[in-house]
Design a protein around this ligand. Structure first.
Ligand SMILES: NC(=O)c1ccc[n+]([C@@H]2O[C@H](COP(=O)([O-])OP(=O)(O)OC[C@H]3O[C@@H](n4cnc5c(N)ncnc54)[C@H](OP(=O)(O)O)[C@@H]3O)[C@@H](O)[C@H]2O)c1
Length: 309
Protein backbone atom coordinates (compact mmCIF):
# COMPACT_ATOMS: atom_id res chain seq x y z
CA UNK A 1 0.00 0.00 0.00
CA UNK A 2 1.11 3.56 -0.67
CA UNK A 3 2.42 5.62 2.20
CA UNK A 4 -0.41 8.05 2.98
CA UNK A 5 1.08 10.05 5.84
CA UNK A 6 -0.03 13.70 5.71
CA UNK A 7 2.47 16.46 6.29
CA UNK A 8 1.21 19.03 8.80
CA UNK A 9 3.49 22.07 8.76
CA UNK A 10 3.14 23.84 12.10
CA UNK A 11 4.34 27.29 13.13
CA UNK A 12 6.45 27.51 16.30
CA UNK A 13 9.10 25.22 17.71
CA UNK A 14 8.71 24.98 21.46
CA UNK A 15 5.08 26.09 21.88
CA UNK A 16 2.82 23.93 24.01
CA UNK A 17 0.56 22.88 21.14
CA UNK A 18 3.53 22.23 18.85
CA UNK A 19 5.14 19.95 21.43
CA UNK A 20 1.89 18.05 21.90
CA UNK A 21 1.41 17.69 18.15
CA UNK A 22 4.92 16.25 17.84
CA UNK A 23 4.27 13.81 20.67
CA UNK A 24 0.94 12.75 19.19
CA UNK A 25 2.39 12.20 15.71
CA UNK A 26 5.32 10.21 17.11
CA UNK A 27 2.79 7.52 18.03
CA UNK A 28 1.10 7.26 14.64
CA UNK A 29 2.02 6.77 11.01
CA UNK A 30 -0.70 8.77 9.25
CA UNK A 31 0.46 12.25 10.33
CA UNK A 32 3.86 13.89 10.20
CA UNK A 33 4.46 17.16 12.06
CA UNK A 34 6.99 19.57 10.63
CA UNK A 35 7.54 22.47 13.04
CA UNK A 36 8.84 25.71 11.55
CA UNK A 37 10.05 28.59 13.68
CA UNK A 38 12.51 31.37 14.15
CA UNK A 39 14.85 32.27 12.60
CA UNK A 40 13.84 30.37 9.40
CA UNK A 41 10.19 31.32 9.80
CA UNK A 42 9.52 34.50 11.74
CA UNK A 43 5.88 35.56 11.78
CA UNK A 44 6.98 39.11 12.45
CA UNK A 45 8.94 39.07 9.19
CA UNK A 46 6.38 38.01 6.55
CA UNK A 47 9.01 37.66 3.81
CA UNK A 48 10.43 34.62 5.67
CA UNK A 49 7.11 32.76 5.54
CA UNK A 50 6.21 31.68 1.99
CA UNK A 51 9.49 30.08 0.88
CA UNK A 52 10.02 28.33 4.23
CA UNK A 53 6.53 26.84 4.30
CA UNK A 54 6.60 25.87 0.63
CA UNK A 55 9.92 24.09 0.91
CA UNK A 56 8.46 21.94 3.71
CA UNK A 57 5.90 20.57 1.19
CA UNK A 58 2.84 20.72 3.45
CA UNK A 59 -0.45 18.94 2.92
CA UNK A 60 -1.91 21.27 5.54
CA UNK A 61 -0.75 24.30 7.55
CA UNK A 62 -1.33 24.57 11.30
CA UNK A 63 -1.02 28.15 12.49
CA UNK A 64 -0.21 27.50 16.15
CA UNK A 65 2.43 30.12 16.93
CA UNK A 66 1.46 33.42 18.49
CA UNK A 67 2.64 36.27 20.63
CA UNK A 68 0.92 34.81 23.69
CA UNK A 69 2.20 37.27 26.31
CA UNK A 70 -1.19 38.84 27.09
CA UNK A 71 0.18 41.55 29.38
CA UNK A 72 3.30 42.34 27.35
CA UNK A 73 1.12 42.86 24.28
CA UNK A 74 -0.31 46.01 25.87
CA UNK A 75 3.14 47.61 25.73
CA UNK A 76 4.12 46.15 22.36
CA UNK A 77 1.06 46.18 20.08
CA UNK A 78 3.28 46.36 17.02
CA UNK A 79 4.81 42.93 17.64
CA UNK A 80 1.49 41.47 18.78
CA UNK A 81 -0.26 42.55 15.57
CA UNK A 82 2.66 41.51 13.36
CA UNK A 83 2.83 38.00 14.85
CA UNK A 84 -0.88 37.41 15.54
CA UNK A 85 -2.48 39.19 12.57
CA UNK A 86 -0.03 39.75 9.71
CA UNK A 87 1.88 36.47 10.05
CA UNK A 88 -1.29 34.33 9.94
CA UNK A 89 -2.55 36.40 6.98
CA UNK A 90 0.58 35.49 5.04
CA UNK A 91 0.29 31.82 6.09
CA UNK A 92 -3.28 31.76 4.80
CA UNK A 93 -2.17 33.31 1.50
CA UNK A 94 0.44 30.56 1.18
CA UNK A 95 -2.26 27.97 1.89
CA UNK A 96 -4.37 29.49 -0.88
CA UNK A 97 -1.44 29.45 -3.32
CA UNK A 98 -0.71 25.81 -2.50
CA UNK A 99 -4.43 24.93 -2.52
CA UNK A 100 -4.23 23.32 0.90
CA UNK A 101 -6.27 23.85 4.10
CA UNK A 102 -5.14 25.84 7.13
CA UNK A 103 -6.05 25.23 10.77
CA UNK A 104 -5.56 28.43 12.75
CA UNK A 105 -5.61 28.65 16.54
CA UNK A 106 -7.34 31.55 18.21
CA UNK A 107 -8.54 32.54 21.64
CA UNK A 108 -11.44 33.04 24.04
CA UNK A 109 -10.05 36.56 24.61
CA UNK A 110 -11.87 37.77 21.49
CA UNK A 111 -14.86 38.12 23.85
CA UNK A 112 -15.39 40.78 26.51
CA UNK A 113 -16.79 38.38 29.09
CA UNK A 114 -20.10 40.17 29.57
CA UNK A 115 -22.24 37.18 28.56
CA UNK A 116 -23.38 35.15 31.58
CA UNK A 117 -23.37 31.78 29.76
CA UNK A 118 -20.86 30.05 27.44
CA UNK A 119 -20.13 31.82 24.16
CA UNK A 120 -21.09 30.35 20.79
CA UNK A 121 -19.15 31.05 17.59
CA UNK A 122 -21.70 33.57 16.28
CA UNK A 123 -21.67 35.73 19.41
CA UNK A 124 -20.41 39.28 18.91
CA UNK A 125 -16.69 39.73 19.52
CA UNK A 126 -15.30 42.63 21.57
CA UNK A 127 -11.76 41.98 22.82
CA UNK A 128 -10.67 43.82 25.95
CA UNK A 129 -6.97 44.11 25.14
CA UNK A 130 -4.28 44.22 22.48
CA UNK A 131 -3.70 40.45 22.51
CA UNK A 132 -7.39 39.73 21.90
CA UNK A 133 -7.63 42.40 19.21
CA UNK A 134 -4.54 41.11 17.42
CA UNK A 135 -5.82 37.52 17.53
CA UNK A 136 -9.23 38.64 16.27
CA UNK A 137 -7.63 40.39 13.35
CA UNK A 138 -5.64 37.19 12.70
CA UNK A 139 -8.91 35.21 12.49
CA UNK A 140 -10.38 37.76 10.09
CA UNK A 141 -7.26 37.80 7.93
CA UNK A 142 -7.17 34.01 7.67
CA UNK A 143 -10.86 33.82 6.78
CA UNK A 144 -10.47 36.59 4.19
CA UNK A 145 -7.48 34.88 2.52
CA UNK A 146 -8.94 31.41 2.14
CA UNK A 147 -12.26 29.62 2.47
CA UNK A 148 -10.44 26.37 3.20
CA UNK A 149 -9.83 27.10 6.87
CA UNK A 150 -10.83 26.01 10.35
CA UNK A 151 -10.27 28.51 13.14
CA UNK A 152 -10.14 26.78 16.51
CA UNK A 153 -10.70 29.13 19.43
CA UNK A 154 -9.22 27.65 22.53
CA UNK A 155 -8.62 28.87 26.10
CA UNK A 156 -6.54 28.66 29.28
CA UNK A 157 -3.98 26.33 27.70
CA UNK A 158 -1.73 24.18 29.87
CA UNK A 159 0.50 21.17 29.25
CA UNK A 160 3.53 19.37 30.66
CA UNK A 161 5.59 21.66 28.39
CA UNK A 162 6.61 25.28 28.38
CA UNK A 163 5.13 28.24 30.17
CA UNK A 164 1.64 27.88 31.61
CA UNK A 165 -0.50 28.46 34.71
CA UNK A 166 -0.36 24.82 35.83
CA UNK A 167 3.43 24.61 35.82
CA UNK A 168 3.71 28.04 37.44
CA UNK A 169 1.36 27.03 40.28
CA UNK A 170 3.18 23.75 40.94
CA UNK A 171 6.47 25.63 41.02
CA UNK A 172 5.12 28.19 43.50
CA UNK A 173 3.78 25.40 45.69
CA UNK A 174 7.29 24.03 46.10
CA UNK A 175 8.21 27.02 48.25
CA UNK A 176 4.97 28.72 49.40
CA UNK A 177 2.20 27.56 51.71
CA UNK A 178 -0.49 29.74 50.22
CA UNK A 179 -1.12 31.36 46.87
CA UNK A 180 -3.60 34.11 45.99
CA UNK A 181 -5.59 33.17 42.90
CA UNK A 182 -8.32 35.06 41.03
CA UNK A 183 -11.77 33.60 41.62
CA UNK A 184 -14.02 35.84 39.55
CA UNK A 185 -12.88 34.96 36.04
CA UNK A 186 -14.48 31.82 34.63
CA UNK A 187 -13.23 29.83 31.66
CA UNK A 188 -12.36 26.38 30.33
CA UNK A 189 -8.93 25.04 31.26
CA UNK A 190 -7.73 23.21 28.15
CA UNK A 191 -4.91 20.72 27.84
CA UNK A 192 -2.67 21.28 24.81
CA UNK A 193 -2.69 17.49 24.44
CA UNK A 194 -6.44 17.65 23.78
CA UNK A 195 -5.94 20.61 21.42
CA UNK A 196 -3.36 18.60 19.46
CA UNK A 197 -5.83 15.71 19.13
CA UNK A 198 -8.49 18.12 17.89
CA UNK A 199 -6.12 19.84 15.44
CA UNK A 200 -5.16 16.51 13.89
CA UNK A 201 -8.76 15.31 13.65
CA UNK A 202 -10.00 18.60 12.16
CA UNK A 203 -7.08 18.51 9.73
CA UNK A 204 -7.97 14.99 8.63
CA UNK A 205 -11.57 16.04 8.07
CA UNK A 206 -10.50 19.04 5.98
CA UNK A 207 -8.13 16.88 3.96
CA UNK A 208 -10.72 14.24 3.17
CA UNK A 209 -13.88 16.27 2.59
CA UNK A 210 -14.88 19.54 0.97
CA UNK A 211 -18.02 19.75 3.10
CA UNK A 212 -18.57 23.46 3.89
CA UNK A 213 -19.74 22.63 7.44
CA UNK A 214 -16.16 21.58 8.28
CA UNK A 215 -14.93 25.13 7.66
CA UNK A 216 -15.24 28.24 9.78
CA UNK A 217 -14.81 28.97 13.47
CA UNK A 218 -15.04 26.23 16.10
CA UNK A 219 -14.81 26.64 19.85
CA UNK A 220 -12.32 24.04 21.07
CA UNK A 221 -11.88 24.08 24.85
CA UNK A 222 -11.98 21.67 27.77
CA UNK A 223 -15.44 20.52 28.82
CA UNK A 224 -16.71 22.10 32.03
CA UNK A 225 -15.77 25.43 33.53
CA UNK A 226 -13.70 26.73 36.40
CA UNK A 227 -12.29 29.88 37.91
CA UNK A 228 -8.50 30.21 38.09
CA UNK A 229 -8.84 29.43 41.80
CA UNK A 230 -10.88 26.26 41.08
CA UNK A 231 -8.25 25.24 38.51
CA UNK A 232 -5.43 25.75 41.05
CA UNK A 233 -7.33 23.91 43.80
CA UNK A 234 -7.90 20.91 41.55
CA UNK A 235 -4.28 20.68 40.45
CA UNK A 236 -3.02 20.95 44.04
CA UNK A 237 -5.46 18.24 45.15
CA UNK A 238 -4.14 15.89 42.46
CA UNK A 239 -0.54 16.87 43.08
CA UNK A 240 -0.84 16.23 46.84
CA UNK A 241 -2.49 12.86 46.20
CA UNK A 242 0.53 11.95 44.07
CA UNK A 243 3.20 13.13 46.46
CA UNK A 244 3.75 16.45 44.70
CA UNK A 245 3.72 20.01 46.00
CA UNK A 246 0.48 21.73 46.97
CA UNK A 247 -0.53 25.05 48.47
CA UNK A 248 -3.60 26.62 50.01
CA UNK A 249 -5.57 28.62 47.46
CA UNK A 250 -6.55 32.05 48.75
CA UNK A 251 -9.43 33.19 46.56
CA UNK A 252 -9.25 36.84 45.50
CA UNK A 253 -11.17 39.05 43.07
CA UNK A 254 -9.35 40.17 39.89
CA UNK A 255 -9.48 43.70 41.30
CA UNK A 256 -6.89 42.60 43.88
CA UNK A 257 -4.54 41.29 41.19
CA UNK A 258 -4.14 44.17 38.75
CA UNK A 259 -2.54 43.33 35.40
CA UNK A 260 -1.74 45.55 32.40
CA UNK A 261 -4.32 43.70 30.29
CA UNK A 262 -7.92 43.37 31.38
CA UNK A 263 -9.30 39.84 31.06
CA UNK A 264 -12.89 38.69 30.46
CA UNK A 265 -14.91 37.75 33.56
CA UNK A 266 -16.60 34.93 31.66
CA UNK A 267 -14.91 33.41 28.63
CA UNK A 268 -16.49 29.96 28.68
CA UNK A 269 -16.78 28.52 25.18
CA UNK A 270 -19.69 26.37 24.05
CA UNK A 271 -18.10 23.62 21.93
CA UNK A 272 -21.24 21.97 20.49
CA UNK A 273 -20.45 23.10 16.94
CA UNK A 274 -17.11 21.23 17.04
CA UNK A 275 -19.01 18.11 18.08
CA UNK A 276 -21.77 18.55 15.52
CA UNK A 277 -19.55 19.32 12.53
CA UNK A 278 -16.30 17.50 13.32
CA UNK A 279 -17.49 14.77 15.72
CA UNK A 280 -15.01 15.91 18.38
CA UNK A 281 -15.81 16.02 22.09
CA UNK A 282 -13.19 17.72 24.24
CA UNK A 283 -12.44 15.81 27.50
CA UNK A 284 -13.62 17.05 30.91
CA UNK A 285 -11.09 19.55 32.18
CA UNK A 286 -10.57 17.69 35.47
CA UNK A 287 -9.69 14.46 33.66
CA UNK A 288 -7.05 16.24 31.57
CA UNK A 289 -5.67 18.19 34.54
CA UNK A 290 -5.13 14.93 36.39
CA UNK A 291 -3.17 13.47 33.51
CA UNK A 292 -1.03 16.57 33.01
CA UNK A 293 -0.29 17.11 36.72
CA UNK A 294 0.93 13.53 36.99
CA UNK A 295 3.16 14.02 33.98
CA UNK A 296 4.38 17.42 35.10
CA UNK A 297 5.38 15.94 38.46
CA UNK A 298 7.51 13.31 36.83
CA UNK A 299 8.67 15.08 33.69
CA UNK A 300 10.00 18.38 34.99
CA UNK A 301 13.66 17.43 34.98
CA UNK A 302 13.36 15.83 31.59
CA UNK A 303 11.72 18.91 30.06
CA UNK A 304 14.24 21.26 31.60
CA UNK A 305 17.01 19.17 30.19
CA UNK A 306 15.38 19.00 26.78
CA UNK A 307 14.91 22.74 26.52
CA UNK A 308 18.08 23.74 28.32
CA UNK A 309 16.19 25.74 30.93
N1 LIG B 1 -1.61 29.81 26.02
C1 LIG B 1 -2.89 30.06 26.21
O1 LIG B 1 -3.38 30.11 27.34
C2 LIG B 1 -3.80 30.25 25.03
C3 LIG B 1 -5.14 30.57 25.25
C4 LIG B 1 -5.98 30.74 24.15
C5 LIG B 1 -5.50 30.59 22.87
N2 LIG B 1 -4.18 30.29 22.69
C6 LIG B 1 -3.68 30.19 21.32
O2 LIG B 1 -3.26 28.85 21.10
C7 LIG B 1 -2.12 28.83 20.24
C8 LIG B 1 -1.03 27.98 20.83
O3 LIG B 1 -0.62 28.56 22.04
P1 LIG B 1 0.52 27.91 22.94
O4 LIG B 1 0.06 28.00 24.35
O5 LIG B 1 0.93 26.60 22.36
O6 LIG B 1 1.69 28.97 22.71
P2 LIG B 1 3.05 29.12 23.54
O7 LIG B 1 3.34 27.87 24.28
O8 LIG B 1 3.00 30.41 24.25
O9 LIG B 1 4.11 29.22 22.36
C9 LIG B 1 4.13 30.27 21.45
C10 LIG B 1 4.74 29.77 20.17
O10 LIG B 1 4.74 30.84 19.24
C11 LIG B 1 6.02 30.93 18.68
N3 LIG B 1 6.31 32.29 18.23
C12 LIG B 1 6.17 33.44 18.93
N4 LIG B 1 6.58 34.49 18.18
C13 LIG B 1 6.94 33.98 16.97
C14 LIG B 1 7.42 34.54 15.76
N5 LIG B 1 7.65 35.85 15.63
N6 LIG B 1 7.71 33.73 14.73
C15 LIG B 1 7.51 32.39 14.82
N7 LIG B 1 7.05 31.79 15.94
C16 LIG B 1 6.77 32.59 17.00
C17 LIG B 1 6.96 30.50 19.80
O11 LIG B 1 8.18 30.22 19.21
P3 LIG B 1 9.43 29.44 19.90
O12 LIG B 1 9.10 28.02 19.71
O13 LIG B 1 10.59 29.88 19.10
O14 LIG B 1 9.47 29.89 21.33
C18 LIG B 1 6.19 29.32 20.35
O15 LIG B 1 6.41 28.16 19.57
C19 LIG B 1 -1.77 30.30 19.97
O16 LIG B 1 -2.31 30.68 18.73
C20 LIG B 1 -2.46 31.05 21.09
O17 LIG B 1 -2.80 32.36 20.68
C21 LIG B 1 -3.32 30.11 23.74
Amino acid sequence: MMHTSKRYVVTGLRGQVVQCLLENASRRSDVEIIPLGRPELDLAAPRTIAATVESARPDLIVSAAAFTWVDLAEADPETAFAVNSEGPAELARVATALQIPIVHLSTDYVFDGGKPIPYVESDPVAPLGVYGRSKLMGEQNVAAATEHHAILRTAWVYSPFGRNFLRTMLKIAETKEGVRVVDDQIGNPTSAIDIANAVIAVGQNLLTSNEPALRGIFHTAGTGSASWADFADEMFRISAANGGPSAKVIRIPASEYPTPAQRPANSQLNCSKLHKCHGIVMPDWQVSVEYVVKRALHADDLENEKFGR
